[in-house]
Structures are given as C-alpha cells and as structure tokens.
Write a protein that binds this ligand. Structure first.
Ligand code: FES
Ligand code: FES
Length: 186
C-alpha cells in the first residue's frame, strides 16, 4: 500500500498536495493540503485562526474541533482524515444557540460564549476556543449535565490562567441559561 505522504516518490519531501472535500461550519469547502498535514494547520491557513495551538502533542485541547460531531485534537488529525467529514470550529459556534434549537444568526453569541464573557471564563484566551467547543459539545449531548459530567466534559482541555473555577461557573451558567447579572453558581 503506498504511503499517503508519498504517492510516487517514497520521500515525504516530495509529497503532493491533495484536495480534501469536507464541510466546515455548515459550508462545503475544498481544502488543498499535503495528506499528512495537521488539520490544525490546514484550518488556520484557510483563515480559521480561532483554533489555537498549545502543546502540539494532543495533551492540552487548545486545538479542539468537532469532526463528525466528536471532539478531537486537530493537532493529531491528518488532513486526509477530513475527507467527507463535517467539521465545526469555534467560528461555527456563534449563532447556533442549541438551547433554543434554532439558528440565531452570526451576530448572536452562543450561550456558552456569552457565559464565558459574563463570568470571566477567559483570561489569556489560548485555551478558550477549545474550552468553549468542549462545553458546547457537552451541552448538546447533555443539556442538563451534572457537575461530574461538566468536569468530565472539560477534562481534555487545560488552562494555565483561570484555575478552572470561572470556566466551570461559565458552563454551569450557560446550561442553566442564567441571566447575565446573576451571581456565579457554586
Ligand atoms: S495543541 Fe493540540 S492538544 Fe495541544
Ligand atoms: S485563559 Fe489562558 S490558558 Fe486558559
């Protein structure tokens, strides 16, 4: 079986770009990429720079995206794996407030994004897109998660700034649709 990186020559440096057809944030797109390029890089080079690189080794979750509904670390996903897939990045979260089951338009933040703003869930912001995607993914699977489910849902995402409590507060507030001026839940 030929090496996907090396369709003809056998040397990675001579790998040819391929066209990857997929859906990104609801739009059909064709991405040009080397087969084993990291999906993280391919998406960022396509202008979707909301997805961040932290460790680059699958440990921090900063590069989290959804691939066919599953949360994945895009630094570990080769571009060719995106063929035919449905991808959601942080840019695809706003305007899709799942609590209402409706597309509310790109001007409106998702409840999780609004809660992160209200409850100080973001500081430097490097982990924030991945955290928010992890929280949105969790709430779409479990609209009323337990504390343990929230902690489990965020367990693949590391934050060096917040100490996690404000992130946790933000997710609790989002899933309960707490009014913006309410006290953080403990
Ligand atoms: S950058 Fe991908 S898991 Fe850290
Ligand atoms: S806000 Fe800085 S790493 Fe989480």
């Amino acid at each position: 079986m030929p090496d996907a990186r090396t369709p003809e020559s056998g040397t990675p440096s001579e790998a040819r770009k391929i066209r990857v057809q997929c859906e990104v944030n609801g739009r059909a797109v064709t991405l040009e990429s080397y087969p084993m390029a990291r999906l993280l890089d391919v998406l960022r080079e396509a202008g979707l720079t909301g997805t961040k690189e932290g460790c680059g080794e699958g440990e921090c979750g900063a590069c989290s995206i959804e691939l066919d509904g599953a949360l994945v670390n895009s630094c570990l996903v080769p571009a060719l794996q995106a063929e035919g897939a449905k991808i959601r990045t942080i840019e695809g979260v706003a305007g899709r407030d799942s609590s209402c089951g409706d597309d509310l338009g790109s001007e409106r933040l998702h409840a999780v994004q609004q809660a992160f703003l209200t409850y100080g869930g973001a500081q430097c912001g490097i982990c924030t897109p991945g955290m928010i995607l992890a929280a949105v993914n969790l709430l779409e699977r479990h609209p009323e998660p337990s504390e343990a489910q929230i902690r489990e849902g965020l367990s693949g995402n590391l934050c060096r700034c917040t100490g996690y409590s404000k992130i946790f507060d933000s997710v609790v507030a989002a899933c309960r649709l707490t009014p913006p001026n309410a006290e953080p839940l403990r």
